[in-house]
Design a protein around this ligand. Structure first.
Ligand SMILES: [Zn+2]
Length: 400
């Protein structure tokens, strides 16, 4: 997303070199910024938590996953022509009101919605996701709506939106720029209560100010000294294990254990489970944890390792072969199960796009076990397990 945003900015500068100068002049005048064709927002780091207060005076804490969804709204909104900063704020207000910025499944109506990465279960009609969009109202399929980026694009709508011309997104509402923000959100959501949205206007403003203040926000990105208090809408840390790729995107192509190295033709020991998937497929954190390795080098190409505490023991999961641009976390980041942490690539010793997934009981540098069996044992997969005999370790083996 950042790449897309950067390209958009570069394209804007290329097409209209003088606009850069104009923008500098406008920075001092917030009212004039609304006249620009797009919001030109730059996303900074996403903090681990943020304490916010609604217009009604209710204070609560947003967690990293909720703020990550807000970041998605900012980056997708910024890439759509005609979406201003106000437009992005309206979308954040809508998602706060509808889901408290959670990507909600709805297994009562759509059992399959629980198969996608989600932040919990909602039960309003057949509503799904951040904006509680309903398949029966034509917003999209269950698969579409369980993708946060799709929901954001659908909320903004416009001629390049996925539902154009109906159901209407924000850009399809005539005169939305001059409406009250709650009224504009209400017009997209077709809800009877615009005041509900207005209650979150100061919350959305604080999120926007915090996430877009760029390099100067480094203090806001520091981990809080005290863990955030439990709050309404917060996702508690769990031992939940999820499959590291979205359902239906992958094919199991390689087992843990001794095998003939596909690159050298020699006998080697394969320390992970290989899952072939299209280049760019989202890689998901298998469980809540902290990133201990995020690097691009050597035989693994892109390598990310996350340490988890599951059932009171430490275990690490490793994800390999991302392209350099497909690594979306840095060391020290806290992630939650199902969080989008990278994209499938084919860097390092790899013969084609796939995720090499490892499980290391004990921690980051411990010996790997059969990841397929571990996923099966934690109800996250139903994979064939490696046959007996795979017990030795040889890190010098193939890394594919
Ligand atoms: Zn592999």
């Amino acid at each position: 997303m950042m790449k897309k945003l950067a390209i958009a900015v570069v394209a804007l500068m290329f097409l209209a070199p003088t606009l850069g100068l104009v923008t500098v002049g406008l920075v001092m005048n917030p009212a004039a910024i609304a006249c620009l064709s797009s919001s030109s927002l730059t996303l900074g780091n996403v903090p681990d938590s943020l304490v916010v207060t609604t217009a009604n005076g209710e204070t609560f804490t947003l967690n990293k996953q909720q703020l990550t969804h807000a970041a998605t709204i900012i980056t997708v909104g910024s890439s759509i022509e005609g979406v201003t900063r106000d437009g992005v704020q309206i979308a954040i207000m809508a998602a706060l009101t509808e889901s408290t910025l959670r990507q909600l499944a709805n297994t009562g109506t759509y059992p399959e919605s629980g198969d996608y990465p989600n932040d919990g279960n909602g039960s309003d009609h057949d509503s799904l996701g951040l904006f509680q969009m309903r398949p029966q109202s034509g917003w999209g399929s269950v698969a579409d709506l369980m993708d946060p980026e799709y929901q954001v694009a659908a909320f903004f709508g416009g001629s390049s939106g996925p539902n154009y011309p109906s159901p209407r997104g924000l850009l399809d509402i005539p005169g939305w720029q001059s409406m009250g923000k709650g009224e504009a959100a209400q017009a997209v959501e077709v809800s009877a209560y615009p005041d509900r949205y207005n209650n979150y206007e100061p919350v959305a403003e604080k999120i926007l100010a915090t996430l877009t203040s760029g390099a100067s926000t480094s203090s806001a990105t520091a981990s809080p000294a005290v863990p955030p208090a439990p709050s309404p809408g917060a996702v508690t840390k769990t031992s939940r294990v999820v499959f590291p790729l979205p359902e239906g995107t992958w094919v199991h192509t390689g087992d843990f254990g001794p095998r003939v190295d596909p690159l050298t033709g020699e006998n080697a020991f394969h320390t992970g489970t290989d899952l072939a998937a299209a280049d760019g497929t989202q890689i998901l954190a298998a469980a809540d944890g902290v990133v201990t390795v995020a690097e691009f080098s050597g035989g693994w190409g892109g390598l990310t390792v996350i340490e988890h505490h599951i059932d009171s023991t430490t275990v690490a999961t490793a994800y390999a072969h991302m392209w350099e641009t497909g690594i979306h976390v840095t060391v020290g980041d806290r992630v939650i199960a199902g969080q989008h942490i990278g994209d499938v690539g084919s860097s390092g010793r790899s013969t084609g796009p796939h995720l090499h997934f490892e499980v290391r009981p004990g921690g980051t540098y411990a010996e790997a076990i059969d990841a397929a069996k571990w996923l099966n044992d934690h109800d996250a997969a139903d994979l064939p397990e490696a046959t007996a005999g795979a017990g030795c370790s040889a890190m010098t083996g193939g890394t594919s």
